[in-house]
Design a protein around this ligand. Structure first.
Ligand code: ATP
Ligand code: MG
Length: 386
């Protein structure tokens, strides 16, 4: 019978909490496969997915690769642990013009033949049935795994497909990701999801300076992130009045840093209101003027809850690689304006000082601006059909 073996990663670090983590992980797997028929069973140290429709297997594998906490999966053939049956099945496999190695894992110690001996016997079976195949134990083109488990079943497979790793979503609290239309923030969201965070998201837009397409792009990016994170409430905040007020009243080189601080204040206020434990941003040290340690210090000074910056030590190239892998890159590079590109000064401050920024901010009625922005928030439940 065709089955899928599912291995999980780090959960073993969790001692007494292991049961709780396993329960959440099982739930998340089930949830990710909503709409498919299947059976899910726990074996020692892994799960077994069976009784699915064969035509759905690839789609199921694809979904499982997006479940945080899973380490790897294999599409396998399940059979009773019977030496003759196993030999017969291995004899039906084709290994044309290829080098191979058989790897036997004997979790069932009552099985009388030692792993290496049984691997040699099965290697002989392959050679008998595939005259063009050759054994290569060091660098084989193909590996054949024979996993003899405790409960009288044996699993035979060739591929180990890597999954996300990390911790099950919702075992590490909830973060509010500040999501722009750029490359970095969706990757930051993914990184925290991978560590088990559930997500909410906040986006600031400057209609009509930024168009409808810019907002749709953010909705699309949040949709892609939700394939990993599950449901996300996306809070869309109108930033136009605030930007106009800063532009009108403050020195232009302070534009970006003041914007950042107001965004941070609004994000923290919303997070507290919703019981969210931390803010997530896509900042990476020294990538742009607003991401120097001085700028981060000045922005952080108004934060009232922890700000997580999972990309802080990443190069742009590394971030782009992850964006491609998770499927956000192509959307992120669509050329719509972000509100940060509106009223952009020629020379933003690279090393702002808190005292001077506060002096500049005192020209604004910040409290009123924030309250108005908060009172006009639009909430979008993601995923949505787009
Ligand atoms: P990104 O690729 O995520 O847009 P970036 O390299 O353009 O990042 P900045 O524009 O300096 O960097 O933004 C830094 C971070 O601030 C972003 O990663 C994001 O978390 C947040 N941010 C920027 N613009 C917005 C916005 N319009 N709405 C919500 N958050 C934003
Ligand atoms: Mg950006």
């Amino acid at each position: 019978m065709g089955v899928i073996l599912i291995r999980y990663g780090e959960l073993f670090l969790k001692g007494d909490n292991k049961c709780y983590f396993e329960k959440v992980l099982l739930n998340n797997i089930r949830h990710s496969l909503d709409g498919f028929t299947f059976k899910l069973k726990k074996l020692q140290g892994r799960y077994l997915l069976s009784d699915f429709e064969e035509k759905n297997e690839l789609q199921i594998i694809n979904k499982l690769q997006k479940v945080a906490g899973l380490h790897s999966i294999s599409s396998a053939y399940e059979m009773n642990t019977d030496i003759e049956e196993i030999k017969k099945y291995v004899g039906t496999l084709t290994f044309n013009n290829t080098t191979f190695k058989v790897i036997v894992n004997r979790a069932d110690k009552t099985f009388d033949i030692q792993s290496t001996n049984f691997a040699a016997i099965l290697g002989g079976v392959v050679l008998d049935n595939n005259p063009t195949a050759k054994v290569d134990v060091h660098n084989p083109q193909k590996e054949l795994y024979v996993d003899i488990r405790e409960h009288g079943k044996t699993y035979i497979f060739s591929d180990i497909i890597k999954c996300m790793g990390g911790m099950p979503v919702s075992t590490s609290g909830r973060g509010l990701v500040m999501i722009s239309g750029g490359i970095d923030s969706p990757v930051a969201a993914y990184m925290m999801t991978k560590r088990g965070m559930s997500l909410s998201a906040i986006h600031f837009h400057s209609f009509p300076y930024t168009g409808v397409l810019a907002k749709e792009k953010v909705i699309k990016l949040t949709n892609i992130v939700s394939e990993y994170a599950g449901h996300i409430n996306l809070y869309v905040v109108s930033f136009t009045k605030i930007q106009e007020a800063i532009h009108k009243n403050c020195k232009c080189e302070y534009m970006i840093i003041i914007m950042r601080r107001i965004m941070m204040r609004i994000a923290c206020r919303l997070a507290k209101e919703k019981g969210i434990g931390g803010i997530i941003t896509g900042e990476s040290l020294a990538q742009v003027a607003s991401q120097t340690i001085e700028s981060i210090t000045v922005t952080n000074a108004v934060a009232t809850i922890p700000v997580l910056r999972p990309l802080i030590g990443f190069d742009k190239i590394e971030i782009m690689d992850i964006a491609r892998k998770i499927g956000t890159y192509e959307t992120s590079i669509l050329p719509y304006e972000d509100c940060c590109t509106v009223f952009l000064p020629d020379h933003p401050l690279i090393k702002p000082k808190v005292r001077l920024v506060e002096e500049e901010e005192s020209k604004l009625d910040i409290e009123n601006l924030i309250n108005e922005a908060l009172s006009t928030i639009e909430t979008i439940f993601i995923p949505v059909e787009i």
